[in-house]
Design a binder for this molecule. Sequence first.
Ligand SMILES: Nc1ncnc2c1ncn2[C@@H]1O[C@H](COP(=O)(O)OP(=O)(O)OP(=O)(O)O)[C@@H](O)[C@H]1O
Length: 326
Amino acid sequence: MTLLEFKDLRVTYRGSRGRLPAVRGVDLAVDAGETLGIAGESGCGKSTLAMAVLRLLPKSAEVSGQILLDGEDLLAMGWGRLRAVRWTGASIVFQGAMHSLNAVQRIGRQIAEPILVHEPKTTPAQAAKRAEALLERVGLPPSRARSFPHELSGGQRQRVMIAMALACDPDLLIADEATTALDVMVQAQVLRLISDLVRERGVGLVMISHDLSVLSAVCDRAAVMYAGRIVEQGPAHEVFAQARHPYSAALGAAFPVIGDPAARMHPGGLAGDPPDPLRLPEGCSFRPRCAVAVERCGAESPELLEVGAARVSACFVAQEGMPVVG
Ligand SMILES: Nc1ncnc2c1ncn2[C@@H]1O[C@H](COP(=O)(O)OP(=O)(O)OP(=O)(O)O)[C@@H](O)[C@H]1O
């Protein structure tokens, strides 16, 4: 059953330099209990997509299309309904979310707060008990409920944010670079924790990262974004190990998993910079950085089309069945 669906989502920021198209027509679906990774370099529109789900974008953002959560359009609903959906329907953990904890409030109280707001029949004692159980589930001693944020390490605070995001049993969790600010060892532990928790609770997960190898380790499916569009989508390990778009291949090579034989399949890496969204090139947006571009790529923008079982790619070369690594 489809849990979350983006239908032709477009987000344009109005600014002093003009209108900046950050998301340019994204169609994407996540099933209940499924884990979807979204990969791409900085600036490709991943966070804009994530923020759009809970309507957290700044006023300068013009949004069109639909974002359906359980069939209900989040972009069309009133603020009252939206407040009810936040935390219970969908919740989000940001990069560096640990800095958004309230410095002068105990951890347990902060985790209990969304429970008390969204479940008015719950007593403060019951909410406190649930907060302790959640702390335990994210690998922290329940006694930490009495701690203040400054008494915890960065990794522990990020675990608290995950506990808080899951406090009201949402159907969907969005993790936007949720482990990027942590050191590598802690990153791996927190990633495993998120993946265990969503599977055990049947929560749908959208995990956003610039690192395709991270997503391939955690997610069922992966979508790769470039210049505001999805350019490839498929089973996560396949997108990483056998990319069907030259950008995914380069992204996979830029962050190879040490010791993974798949890492050797993509020589090269990621040279050059993504295009300025205000001055996108003619034809395919990736063409200026692409080693396998053909003449047509400079004239036409490729659609996202099927290139194999459960695989889609917006690349003319892949659509012709040719190798995407030069
Ligand atoms: N509030 C804003 N006003 C104007 N432009 C913005 C705003 N937020 C983001 N942008 C621009 O929109 C584009 C997409 O940004 P976004 O943050 O969604 O990308 P991202 O892939 O999440 O990158 P990062 O990983 O660096 O956050 C970029 O060109 C960015 O400069």
